[in-house]
Write a protein that binds this ligand. Sequence first.
Ligand SMILES: Nc1nc2c(c(=O)[nH]1)N[C@H]1C(S)=C(S)[C@@H](COP(=O)(O)O)O[C@H]1N2
Ligand SMILES: [Mo]
Length: 178
Amino acid sequence: MLKTIRSLALMACLLPVSAQAGPPAPSRDSMSHSLQLTGLVKTPLILTVAELRQMAPASGGELAVTRQNGDQAETITSYQGVRLRDILDKAVLDAPGHNDVKKLAIIASATDGYAVVFSWGELYNSPAGDSVIVYVEKNGKPLDERDGEIALISAKDIRTGPRHVKWLNRIEVRKLAD
Ligand SMILES: Nc1nc2c(c(=O)[nH]1)N[C@H]1C(S)=C(S)[C@@H](COP(=O)(O)O)O[C@H]1N2
Ligand SMILES: [Mo]
């Protein structure tokens, strides 16, 4: 009985605090520690940050991250990681027919549910694909809770904010047409 009263009193103390909390701020809880490859791949994978670091490196120099409305979100001095294409090749696309790859969408999503779409044509058959990079280091340091431990950028986009995926944790391959 005493226990019940005590826990009720505790709940009463806690409730107003959570009610005041408002929208969740980016916190350590958003951090991504691994990258899962799912969908139409022959070898579904879960890559840790350490495993990503062992793959063929890809990097970029100064880059302005601009929001959809043109505002500047941040300027990245440098970033280091792996091309998304190389990660997909490691998992091996499951597209046996000559025309199957052309129907593939590649969806990059984050711990908070944010998601963006690429196509096979864009990643494998256009100059933009060279600059779609999953990165684990920014400005010479591992990514912190603001966008880490894994993020993605499509550096050749006109506005780089929309396809800058913070807290990246999943790449899904889907066939969009029959
Ligand atoms: N995981 C995740 N990544 C995200 C977002 C988000 O809500 N969640 N917002 C995007 C948007 S709309 C922009 S413009 C850029 C810059 O974000 P900022 O406005 O938070 O600086 O991050 C992008 N990456
Ligand atoms: Mo945005």
